[in-house]
Design a protein around this ligand. Structure first.
Ligand code: SF4
Length: 294
């Protein structure tokens, strides 16, 4: 059995992937809303441990059965290129049907890695990064302590594009409160449009115990949008997206509405669906609170 340290997090679309904890925790670990790795001290795991785990996974699951691998934890891309290359080579050797290796990439790890590094890692199999954009609005990004502004977010994400690595980006609905709701939606769409990621998804900002955001919430400083206000924000965001070939999903459990489609093809359909929700909120298919998760 592969042994994992602490709670393991992975994007919804990696539900069937083999998860390998290349690093523990998040090297940045400052985002005010994020409670995923607050209990972990960041470190890169020893290579020999990881190589043994790959061998164990091969025995356990069978060489031909592993098609996708997700490198955890919070920003495995921060680990040295040569180290990641060795893991990728071992994965490719162990699993002949491997189609994709992915990881979370914090903006800080994208700042550190050069386009050449990313290209070399892509050639070795690391072809998808998950990037939390959260917002394209500088005030919101500062409140979230994301560590970069919108211009820097675009700059680092475009490096991944240049390297030929696909991006799956996340935007945090409700992060601007009521006052900045529309501006947050429009600025986030502007940043996503500049990046042109392969995938775009939304999450709903939810205070998690032990985070600075939860402390702000306890002091009454967080302005929570209700499901209808979040639907209006989502409508503004989707309507402002100008994407040439992206997949949109709001399938994360924190969302009240599940929406998906290809852009630009399905944009009008998705906006219409959101208009219908706004026009008839009583019959809207909102996910009940008890079904929502983080
Ligand atoms: S960079 Fe990602 S994993 Fe790290 S603290 Fe921020 S949201 Fe959490």
């Amino acid at each position: 059995m592969i042994q994992y340290e602490g709670t393991l997090y992975r994007p919804p679309s990696e539900a069937n992937s083999l998860i390998l904890q290349a690093t523990i925790g998040c090297s940045y670990n400052e985002c005010s809303f994020c409670g995923m790795y607050r209990d972990k001290r960041f470190r890169v795991r020893p290579l020999d441990e990881l190589l043994s785990e790959i061998a164990r996974a091969k025995d356990e699951f069978g060489a031909g059965h592993v098609r996708k691998v997700f490198l955890a934890d919070g920003d495995a891309l921060i680990a040295k290129t040569a180290f990641l290359q060795k893991i990728l080579v071992a994965l490719r050797d162990a699993f002949p049907n491997l189609r994709r290796v992915s990881c979370y990439a914090s903006p800080q790890s994208l700042q550190v890695r050069s386009v050449d590094d990313m290209r070399a890692l892509r050639d070795a199999g690391l072809t998808l990064y998950y990037l939390g954009i959260e917002s394209g609005h500088d005030v919101v990004l500062e409140r979230l302590v994301k560590g970069v502004d919108a211009a820097e977010m675009i700059r680092v994400a475009v490096k991944a594009n240049e390297a030929g690595v696909a991006l799956s980006t996340m935007v945090l609905l409700g992060a601007g409160g009521r006052e900045l709701s529309e501006a947050h939606a429009l600025e986030s769409a502007r940043v996503v449009n500049a990046i042109q990621p392969r995938f775009v998804s939304t999450l709903v900002m939810t205070p998690v115990e032990g985070t600075p955001l939860a402390e702000e919430d306890a002091r009454g400083e967080v302005d929570h949008l209700d499901p209808l206000e979040l639907a209006a924000e989502l409508r503004t965001f989707v309507d402002a997206l100008e994407l040439d070939g992206s997949i949109f999903r709001s399938n994360h459990a924190s969302n009240y509405l599940t929406l998906s489609g290809s852009l630009p093809k399905d944009k009008a359909r998705m906006v219409e669906a959101l208009d219908a929700v706004l026009a008839r909120p009583d019959s809207a298919p909102f996910r009940p609170e008890w079904l929502r998760g983080l």
